[in-house]
Design a protein around this ligand. Structure first.
Ligand code: SDX
Length: 392
């Protein structure tokens, strides 16, 4: 019995850590943030409201949310010298390469919030990371398309500010489309946190050594980039584009089932969800809404829906318990809004930063926490004596 839930002894003996932030039941398709179901948060909350909840354990009052939003808005700008950082990259550098570099360098500019023993500094660093990720991600996009960086405009919402920094240009006034703003809020909420996934575990392990929070989040970004993890949203849309037409789906289903073929259906399967991923359900509904409201018809969405229908009836996928995950439909929406696939994982990192900093704070503020030190099952040679070179 730990808190509100009971676990079998086998599970608790292998659990990596205790946490009160996010609860997942992979068999029932349940995802709770501080006890609140993800579909209710996605439907009713703003992204900053969820960020407050993850960081502070309770949903904010109106006054608390306003104060939190004001605090975050005080940190949206980036040190001007960091802008020159971008100019060291090639224009075709992957945005995730840029984000790894720039976020890792933040401690060189904001060292007044790197003393992890000071709760005040820990919270300032957390606010800085949440506030600056949209600016950093938008600048990576601007740099890739050769457009000037846009400074934050703090009168806009967190997400509206990000959209303007990404798609706005100095020569014109940028009007935030409320349909797009709401869809991005929902996408950010769906990606905010997800228990002890690979990148969050990376952040916790890096943080357990006492490394500064900016370095820890950079480590999380690096881990998230992999195609088996956050990189799957980019890979899933590229796969759907490669399939191209509904009549080519059987060919790819066959490849996914062929043990000799390394191909996997990107956006399908999950380490924990062996039923449906509750986020995928919300993401699919959001895709329907956004494409309808924007008047966008994308044949890729038809391919995605048909692929899901075929896979869900296929005995291989049923036996392996493979269902669409959060990454399967997100790319359809992001593409309809105008993001290139190269930005998809950067957007995942932007959103997951609130979960990473919440999990990092939970870990680092535990007086009992020790440096992480996973053990191994040794499968190498038994002890043996050295053999001189001329006797080998
Ligand atoms: C995320 O952990 C998290 O919470 C992550 C995440 C988060 O919010 O942080 O939810 C975000 O990373 C979602 C997952 C995104 N990745 C993908 O969509 C990439 C495609 N999916 C896979 O590569 C795979 O499903 C994983 C990596 C997600 C899970 O891999 P596992 O652990 O190998 O899956 P499994 O053990 O459940 O696999 C069971 C079987 C295996 O076959 P056998 O070895 O038993 O013969 O199913 C096969 C796998 O080979 N399989 C697939 C498949 N995923 C698993 N076969 C075809 N297509 C797939 N997508």
């Amino acid at each position: 019995q730990t808190g509100a839930f009971t676990y079998d002894p086998g599970f608790t003996s292998t659990a990596a850590c205790e946490s009160a932030i996010t609860y997942i039941d992979g068999d029932q398709g349940v995802l709770l943030h501080r006890g609140y179901p993800i579909d209710q948060l996605a439907e009713n909350s703003s992204f900053l409201e969820v960020a407050y909840l993850l960081l502070n354990e309770e949903l904010p009052t109106r006054d608390e949310l306003d104060k939190f939003g004001y605090t975050i808005s005080r940190h949206t700008m980036l040190h001007e010298q960091l802008a020159t950082f971008y100019r060291g990259f090639r224009r075709d550098a992957h945005p995730m390469a840029i984000m790894c570099g720039v976020v890792g360098a933040l401690s060189a500019f904001y060292h007044d919030s790197t003393d992890i023993t000071d709760p005040k500094q820990r919270m300032i660093a957390s606010h800085r990371l949440i506030a600056k990720m949209p600016t950093i991600a938008a600048m990576a996009y601007k740099y890739s398309v050769g457009q000037p960086f846009m400074y934050p405009l703090n009168e806009l919402s967190y997400t509206g500010n990000f959209l303007r920094m990404t798609f706005g240009v100095p020569a014109e006034t940028y009007e935030v489309n409320p349909i797009v703003e709401r869809a991005m809020e929902r996408i950010f909420i769906l990606h905010a946190d997800h228990e002890q996934n690979a990148s969050t575990s990376t952040v916790r392990l890096a943080g357990s050594s006492g490394a500064n929070p900016f370095a820890c989040i950079a480590a999380g970004i690096a881990c998230l980039w992999g195609p088996a993890h956050g990189g799957a949203n980019e890979a899933a849309l590229n796969m759907l584009r490669e399939i191209g037409r509904v009549d080519r789906i059987p060919e790819f289903i066959a490849r996914a089932k062929d043990k000799e073929d390394p191909f996997r259906l990107m956006g399908f399967g999950h380490r924990v969800y062996k039923n449906f991923d509750p986020r995928a359900k919300v993401m699919k509904a959001t895709a329907e809404e956004v494409l309808n409201e924007l008047g966008v018809t994308d044949p890729i969405f038809d391919v995605a829906r048909e692929l899901e229908q075929i896979a869900l009836k296929d005995e291989y996928f049923i036996e392996k318990k493979l269902y669409p995950n959060v990454d399967f439909y997100s790319g359809v929406i992001l593409s309809a809004i105008g993001f290139p696939t190269s930005m998809f994982t950067a957007l995942f990192a932007l959103a997951r930063t609130v979960g990473w900093v919440a999990q990092w704070n939970e870990m680092i503020s535990d007086p009992e926490q020790k440096i992480g030190r996973p053990r191994q099952l040794y499968t190498g040679s038994p002890q043996r004596d050295y053999v001189p070179l001329d006797q080998r």
